[in-house]
Design a protein around this ligand. Structure first.
Ligand code: FEO
Ligand code: CA
Ligand code: CA
Ligand code: CA
Length: 594
């Protein structure tokens, strides 16, 4: 058979790609096409993309920057759908030229605020297995930005810890940012993790939580305090503004007029994302990582059970599930034996149970706003940066991507290796496979084993492990987002391989069952400086989708390092003037027709 001929999404793995290549590489027999690029107009009224003239109003009507979490929701008839996507952060030096003065720069800052957040965009295609196109002016199209109103839910909603001069109720927050990964719920909403929110504020370093959440009294990374006083939390009016970020947000993409929500019951930390599993008895659990060196793995178990079906009553009920429940943090024990006789054990240690704090000296709202402090007190296990944490829909086992932690066992005063984070100076990261007690989503204990110790097996200075597979594997480093296909195979996208194994980041498939378990193969590689996000695997549709984030990140406006995805040289595109730089883009990979 020719490549890609046997079965859905069959492919011959690609060879690793040089970190300097500005190409998107896919397997033989496949092709890639952009669906949406930064600046593409989403509404009938959207101005055309013009990176030479920052325009906040235009950007709020266009696709945002640095797409990360991605899902493609196919409508029942299969020819229309929705693209749902986070816009995590911006990179001012490569987006816009230098400006002449403070007024022009203020418009740049407002434009960057509008380039953050979230997009919902309708898609259409002629038939199944055909590439999608986005629908400009689609009925459900929506942009959410750093200014969109969110409603706060859960036990900390209205808490004095969340009140500011602009919102004395502590229940209405303007915007979301730092939205990294996420998850799509069985009831059709999108969960999105507010991750590096500390970079948007200046704050009093002596204020509660500042040290633990990395807030400092220096000019913020993004500089928004120059145009909006709420980003200066050193003032008494906005001292609590940082407390209003760092949550899991829930967005209903089917209703563009719905108010998105921030769920305090799921805790506040540098949320990478959240993925829900519904057990056979309707128990709803959400798995969540805090992406910081030596921070923790969490689980939320909803108080109410999932109600199946598409009725309006079921829908209304399911939209309440993440507003109330128990919050746990993981404590790992035991160890993995080399012979595979698994003795890895662990406990979900409660922080909130039945609406009450279980942490001595902390009230419920304190636990939910200063969740890291609470988890420190119960002696959770410090991890190597939990990124995406996702249950396998086929087996219920949970996969934890620990992206890397070069400080473990290296930096004085920091923890050394332990069973679940076994490598000192862990630059390549690892993946943990976690099995709940009796495979129940609400269990309070679990077993675990290491699935992968990532790296390049050709580098004998680094210990690697591929679930016992001893054949050739694709080198893989810094696992970040994960996804599953309908066969239960794990797909892993990476962020950081150029710095560790001198290869472009990419997307990898790993079988979890049978004789191929642990056989890592590479499906694609992303252009220069880019991180692979998404991914979305529609194997029965012969399609893979990725969000190509921060291409050319190390360049400047004047000297781009990437020309992805248009690869247009200077002066060739009158609508873009001399601008040639990269655009973060959602890409689909489909089988070539023969
Ligand atoms: Fe935005 Fe944890 O990666
Ligand atoms: Ca990530
Ligand atoms: Ca995922
Ligand atoms: Ca990352």
């Amino acid at each position: 058979p020719r490549p890609g001929d046997a079965g859905p999404l069959a492919f011959t793995g690609i060879a690793p790609v040089s970190e300097e290549a500005d190409t998107l590489a896919v397997p033989a027999g496949y092709q890639w096409t952009p669906i949406l690029r930064w600046g593409d107009p989403l509404f009938a009224s959207s101005p055309a993309f013009n990176p030479n003239r920052p325009d906040a109003q235009a950007q709020a009507l266009q696709f945002g920057y640095n797409n990360d979490y991605l899902d493609i929701l196919v409508d029942p008839r299969g020819r229309t759908g929705l693209l749902c996507c986070n816009h995590e952060y911006t990179n001012r030096p490569i987006m816009f030229p230098p400006t002449a003065g403070a007024d022009e720069e203020a418009e740049v800052l407002r434009t960057l605020m509008a380039a953050h957040g979230f997009s919902v965009v309708e898609l259409e295609r002629r038939a199944r297995r055909q590439p999608w196109r986005y629908v400009r002016g689609g009925r459900r199209n929506r942009r959410i930005t750093a200014s969109t109103t969110f409603r706060v839910t859960g036990p900390a909603a209205g808490s004095p810890l969340l009140r500011t001069a602009a919102d004395p109720t502590g229940r209405r927050v303007a915007g979301t940012f730092g939205n990294c990964s996420g998850g799509t719920t069985p009831w059709g909403t999108i969960l999105s993790g507010e991750e590096n929110f500390q970079g948007y504020f200046r704050a009093d370093p002596a204020a509660r939580g500042s040290k633990r959440y990395g807030l400092t009294n220096t000019p913020s990374v993004y500089g928004w305090e120059k145009i909006d006083p709420r980003f200066d939390a050193t003032t008494s009016a906005y001292a609590n503004e940082p407390h209003r970020f760092g949550y899991i947000v829930e967005i209903d993409p089917s209703d563009p007029s719905s108010t998105p929500r921030k769920h305090t019951a799921m805790g506040r930390f540098k949320h990478e994302g959240a993925n829900v599993r519904v057990d056979r008895d309707g128990t709803v659990a959400a798995y969540m990582g805090d992406d910081e060196r030596f921070d923790y793995l969490y689980k939320f178990v909803a108080k109410r059970k999932y109600r199946p079906g598409k009725s309006a009553a079921a829908r209304r009920h399911n939209l309440t599930l993440l507003t109330e429940g128990d919050l746990y943090v993981a404590r790992f024990s035991g160890e993995q034996r080399p012979d595979g006789d698994n003795l890895g054990r662990g406990a979900w240690v409660p922080l909130v149970l039945d609406g009450e704090s279980t942490v001595p000296g902390m009230s419920v709202d304190e636990v939910l706003v200063f969740t890291r402090e609470a988890a420190d007190l119960v002696k959770a296990t410090p991890m190597d940066r939990c990124e995406d944490v996702e249950p396998n829909p086929t087996t219920g086992k949970v996969y934890v991507a620990c992206t890397n932690n070069t400080q473990r066992g290296v930096t004085a005063g920091k923890p050394g290796p332990d069973a679940a984070n076994p490598r000192a100076g862990n630059k390549n990261g690892h993946v943990i496979e976690l099995t709940e007690h009796r495979n129940r989503a609400g269990a309070t204990s679990f077993s675990w084993n290491i699935l992968l110790l990532c790296g390049d097996p050709a580098d004998t200075a680094v210990q690697t492990y591929f679930a016992g597979w001893d054949g050739p594997v694709a080198p893989i480093s810094c696992p970040d987002n994960v996804a599953f296909d309908t066969q239960g195979n794990l797909w892993i996208s990476t962020d950081g391989a150029p710095g560790t194994i001198a290869k472009a980041d990419g997307l990898f498939k790993v079988p979890l069952e049978g004789s191929e378990r642990g056989h890592v193969q590479q499906f694609l590689a992303v252009p220069r400086d880019a991180e692979t996000c998404g991914p979305v695997i529609h194997d029965t549709d012969d399609s893979v989708f990725v969000a190509v984030q921060h291409p050319g990140e190390e360049g400047t406006w004047a000297e781009p390092r990437s020309y992805f995805p248009d690869y247009v040289a200077a002066g060739q595109r009158p609508d873009r003037g001399d601008w040639r730089g990269p655009r973060p883009t959602v890409v689909q990979v489909t089988k070539k027709k023969r």
